[in-house]
Design a protein. Structure first.
Length: 406
């Protein structure tokens, strides 16, 4: 069956939609899971973080498999594991089964982003790539939106088990569409396999600066949007679960608008570093109110902060474009998978550390006080500043903005 790059993009980005959905869904389920399984914030932090550790560990193997065995095979195989994990989560009789299901989901979703980028690098031209990456990131954040207000609404009305059973059915359909429509590369595309000497490029300083910066920034994003933002809004500001989901949804909307816009600007001006640095400054500025006066924030202020944090966090895909331009095309999978290890290590570590810091303050009754959240947000502020400083030392290759080649 004949496939176009946009048909392939729609199928793969739809699968990636649910990668992001699973990444951030614990934020609106945290209190439900703590209640149903009678566990602490630290335990939920560990459960949520188990998405990220296998994701991080498997990025380089996934990149190698995508370059050597074919990206489509990787997506199909790993998405099948995700589907199995969802089925276990839906039927989990105990917290241990829920933890195991989260681990399987983390393994499964780890094999989507890198092969998708690999396929995109072979279907899209150089002056289209950052824009396409921005659109992919935006679609992922639609998944984050779906895991905020819509998921909160569904859980309140139907329960979390039924809600995830529906997600499992949709995942099965997308898996079938991937098998039918997705192709690794256009007809006649000359495939090159990685050479042994190519791997020396992984010692590139810019690659490491981008990786550590991304680890810190994404750790903050997943610590807030992916887990502790929801409980903060409920515990400190007394929002309902649905209103808390709405505020978190604005974070995703900001990223949806920011990612393609910043990607397009980057393609138009031919620069990668500048948009990333300016976005890092903006992110840090809008994080400050969460540290200085979190208990005084109203719905308007929270909505603006959430939207702008999402907007400025969405410059991340530009880093992957910069990495792609540093390496030969045959190394795209391995190079991007290397840098992609770090954000997910950061996400897992930040969710756990933030839970630990909150537990170190302790609960007042059945809620964590503002001091508990402020302490974890101060930790994130320091990380944001360090992330920005690292970006200042990044070097990028000059690029002709009129270049239309692969």
């Amino acid at each position: 069956m004949r496939s176009s790059k946009w048909v392939i993009f729609v199928v793969l980005s739809s699968i990636y939609f649910f990668v992001y959905f699973h990444r951030t869904s614990p934020a609106v389920m945290a209190n439900d899971l703590m209640l149903e399984f009678a566990v602490s914030a630290l335990a939920i932090g560990v459960l949520s973080s188990l998405y990220f550790y296998p994701y991080a560990v498997l990025q380089i193997p996934v990149g190698v498999l995508s370059d050597v065995k074919g990206a489509k095979k990787v997506v199909v195989s790993f998405t099948s594991v995700t589907l199995f994990g969802i089925l276990i989560f839906v039927t989990a009789p105990s917290f241990e089964f829920a933890v195991f299901s989260r681990l399987l989901i983390g393994i499964g979703v780890s094999g989507v982003y890198i092969p998708t980028v690999k396929i995109m690098s072979q279907w899209f031209k150089a002056n289209e790539f950052a824009t396409a990456m921005g659109i992919l990131f935006a679609i992922g954040n639609f998944g984050a939106i779906f895991s905020s207000y819509p998921l909160a609404f569904s859980i309140e009305n139907f329960g979390w088990r039924f809600s995830f059973a529906v997600i499992g059915a949709i995942t099965a359909l997308l898996l079938l569409l991937c098998i039918i429509f997705v192709k690794d590369a256009p007809s006649g595309f000359k495939k090159e396999t990685p050479r042994r000497e190519d791997f020396k490029l992984l010692f590139n300083l810019t690659l490491w600066l981008l990786a550590v910066s991304a680890m810190l920034r994404y750790g903050i994003v997943m610590g807030f949007q992916g887990l502790w933002g929801g409980p903060f809004l409920v515990d400190v500001l007394n929002l309902s679960k649905v209103l808390a989901g709405t505020v978190l949804m604005l974070f995703a909307i900001g990223a949806i608008i920011g990612a393609p816009l910043l990607g397009r600007i980057s393609d138009e001006i031919g620069l990668r570093k500048l948009p990333m640095v300016l976005s890092g400054i903006g992110f840090t500025i809008f994080w400050l109110p969460l540290v200085l006066f979190p208990e005084k924030l109203g719905m308007i202020e929270l909505s603006i902060i959430s939207f702008m944090l999402g907007f400025f966090s969405s410059a991340g895909p530009i880093a992957y474009t910069l990495v792609k331009e540093q390496f030969p095309l045959r190394m795209t999978g391995v190079a991007i998978s290397f840098i992609n290890v770090f954000p997910f290590v950061g996400a897992g570590v930040f969710q756990t550390i933030m839970g630990y810091l909150m537990d170190s303050v302790g609960k007042l009754g059945d809620r964590y006080p503002v001091e508990a959240y402020r302490l974890s947000f101060e930790f994130c502020l320091v990380a944001s500043i360090v992330s920005l400083i690292l970006l200042l030392f990044v070097r990028e290759k000059p690029r002709d903005i009129g270049d239309k080649n692969f």
